[in-house]
Design a protein. Structure first.
Length: 274
């Protein structure tokens, strides 16, 4: 939701008139990528939709959670642009619901008028694939949408084998990739936040390999670099707690001085469900 007078800046940026939109060709996209924009500000919805449609995308609009669910039920959507400050159910609640349901892999780009780091971290932990603060330039929104779509459609080399597996096992642990949670040797489920799951998935897909913070950023779907590099160490610490891994003598996630981290466990791919 934008403050009064912000709608023009959100798309035009730097005070340029909206007429500039028609002269800027959008980058090549998959034909008719379907983008759902969820924002209670009608002017912003329509301005964003106009720009994305000029870039060759199909766009649907929703003002709240109810309309978002109705739009999703009508057909396939490739990405949701979701405003944080919605009336009723806010963007965080809607993102959390998406990640808990059958659409848990649907890419979400979160928008907000608030530039608080805590809000951005929380949005990412709820499962957002990227985060953009208002006001923003139209080109940046388009670039981020394009980047998220590319990352979610591109299968990393190490995932060519593991993507089909329901369970990835290491030590006494099993990672259920369908339910997105951990299971210990006593069959007790350990819940993971969206950010924790994505980071662990990167580690188990790249065992015995040193990963820098930049690589972890890219492999966890390209979060905002400044934000995520500051929080990656915190996420590693929390993930170690989930794995009951002693940070002083870690068994699974080891710190490489001036290098990053390495997942030192041997990973077994299982076809059966956990």
């Amino acid at each position: 939701m934008a403050a009064p007078g912000q709608a023009t800046d959100i798309l035009a940026g730097a005070g340029r008139p909206l007429s500039f939109l028609s002269s800027i060709p959008g980058p090549a996209m998959t034909p008719q990528d379907h983008i759902l924009i969820v924002d209670d500000d009608r002017e912003i919805r329509e301005l964003v939709a106009a720009y994305l449609e000029r870039s060759g995308m199909r766009v649907s609009l929703a003002a709240n959670g109810r309309e978002m669910r109705a739009a999703l039920d009508k057909g396939s959507v490739d990405l949701v642009v979701l405003d944080l400050m919605l009336p009723g159910e806010d963007g965080l609640a809607l993102c959390r619901d998406l990640r808990a349901g059958e659409r848990r892999n649907l890419p979400v780009l979160m928008l907000t008028a608030r530039n608080e780091e805590a809000d951005r971290i929380l949005g990412l932990e709820m499962g957002a694939d990227d985060y953009l603060v208002k006001p923003f330039a139209a080109r940046e929104l388009l670039a981020r949408i394009r980047s998220v779509l590319r990352r979610t459609r591109m299968l990393p080399p190490n995932l060519q084998v593991t993507e089909a597996a329901s369970v990835l096992a290491f030590g006494p642990w099993r990672l259920d990739t369908n339910a997105r949670h951990l299971i210990d040797e006593q069959d007790v489920i350990v819940a993971l936040s969206g950010a924790e799951y994505r980071l662990l998935r990167v580690f188990v897909d790249h065992p015995q390999r040193v990963l820098t913070r930049d690589q972890l950023l890219n492999l966890t779907q390209g979060r905002d670099a400044e934000l995520f590099e500051r929080s990656i160490d915190l996420l590693v610490s929390r993930l170690r707690q989930r794995l009951r891994d002693d940070a002083r003598e870690p068994r699974y996630i080891k710190t490489v001085r001036n290098g990053g981290y390495v997942f030192s466990a041997t990973v077994e791919i299982r076809e059966e469900r956990a």
